[in-house]
Design a protein around this ligand. Sequence first.
Ligand SMILES: NC(=O)c1ccc[n+]([C@@H]2O[C@H](COP(=O)([O-])OP(=O)(O)OC[C@H]3O[C@@H](n4cnc5c(N)ncnc54)[C@H](OP(=O)(O)O)[C@@H]3O)[C@@H](O)[C@H]2O)c1
Length: 234
Amino acid sequence: MKLSSKIILITGGSQGIGLDTATLLKSRGAEVIISARNKERLNSAGEEHGLVPIAGDVASESDVKQIYSFILERYGKLDALVNNAGFGCFDLLEDIDVTEFRDVFATNVTGAMMMAHEAVPIFKKQNSGNIINISSTAGTKGFAGGTAYCGTKFALKAMTQCWQAELRKYNVRVTLINPSEVQTNFAANSGREARPFNPTKLQGTDIAHAICAVLEMEDRGFITELTVFATNPQ
Ligand SMILES: NC(=O)c1ccc[n+]([C@@H]2O[C@H](COP(=O)([O-])OP(=O)(O)OC[C@H]3O[C@@H](n4cnc5c(N)ncnc54)[C@H](OP(=O)(O)O)[C@@H]3O)[C@@H](O)[C@H]2O)c1
């Protein structure tokens, strides 16, 4: 689709991959709504980059409904949802805290489902729409310490395939994107030690480029799944 004047909603749009995607789509002429929980960071990102902020927790059903009320009242339509909000928890099975495990699923899985659930009636009415689910290479292969995070991203892959099967007939394109390690605040926000910046590893703008390419493809086709690795990380 042509991005000019399109209405695009990005969850987790206040920093990292979400914010880099929002600014790239905005530079292509889209109207971009960003959402996240921390209002101060969200509003300052919105102000700095000309994005429309609407605070909300994707794990809260009432917040999700509020985000959609705002969009429908203001624009009466939605062209794309980028389900990007997410975080990780990387404890070994024996160390997992059940509350934390549930929280990761509440955001990465239930949150993504609720955001898409609210988009469906809008997309069906329009007979068009796009959903991009940001998964991870952790959603393609498990690893030690990945029970919670890999579990959520494998679930997102399964949901993506179900939504593709349900929504294609309404011209809704659903795509899964699997980034490898991307240098954002993700590690710090997921209880991991942040590593020093490495120019040979992926950055948020690389994933933004992939998302932009998926959306800009002519509507007659869609990319089902796209995996992004650093070419030669040192
Ligand atoms: N960085 C990586 O290495 C990497 C690799 C593969 C996949 N990914 C995936 O890419 C996505 C974005 O990650 P990132 O690297 O950009 O992380 P990030 O820099 O930590 O940004 C995460 C964003 O999500 C928001 N968020 C978290 N929980 C939320 C919730 N419950 N409701 C609404 N917003 C929420 C955060 O804002 P608030 O805290 O203010 O809500 C923030 O805007 C995630 O789904 C992640 O799993 C990341």
